[in-house]
Design a protein around this ligand. Structure first.
Ligand SMILES: [Fe+2]
Length: 167
């Protein structure tokens, strides 16, 4: 089994392969990519967001659901306030799948601002901008960001997740 290749997911309602809870190990080699292209089991698998979201309940712990062009798509559940941080090198996209949350950020003058992101809406936080999402009720969110992105950016604390599971 190639470490990055999707395993059959017994929890999938339609039998589609998933990551089976595996933690990704390294990047695929050229040979592994060639093997994958020759195999129906590793490419062209659809992803059902609701099904993936049903696989976990905890908050502020993103899961990787797929990868493209050096970027990850992740699913995460927000509840309560996150920690203030910024990312030196990455822009981050947040899209609300279910619920709503408030993105708090500091503008160029350092003044705190906030904007509500409703279900079906998204926002891109540019690199360098101090921000923290806050969810009064649980929000289910899709993240799209470079693979190098640490969830707490320049800060390390109890919210930091250095190794993410793939589902
Ligand atoms: Fe962030």
């Amino acid at each position: 089994m190639k470490a990055w290749c999707r395993k059959p997911d017994p929890g999938s309602p339609d039998g589609q392969p998933g990551w089976g809870g595996a933690v990704r190990e390294g990047k695929p080699s050229k040979q592994a990519l060639a093997d994958a292209r020759a195999s129906d089991t590793c490419l062209m698998n659809k992803i059902n967001l609701a099904q993936k979201l049903s696989l976990f309940d905890d908050h502020w712990n993103p899961r990787i659901i797929t990868e493209l062009n050096g970027q990850y798509l992740k699913l995460v559940k927000f509840k309560g306030p996150f920690t203030w941080h910024h990312h030196d090198n990455e822009d981050e996209l947040f899209m609300v799948v279910k619920g709503r949350f408030r993105m708090e950020y500091r503008d160029d003058s350092g003044r705190e601002q906030s904007i509500w992101i409703e279900q079906g809406e998204m926002i891109t936080v540019p690199r360098g901008v101090e921000h923290r999402p806050v969810a009064d009720e649980e929000a289910q969110v899709l993240l799209f960001e470079p693979a190098s992105t640490l969830n707490t950016g320049n800060v390390e604390n109890e919210f930091t997740k250095k190794k993410l599971a793939e589902i």
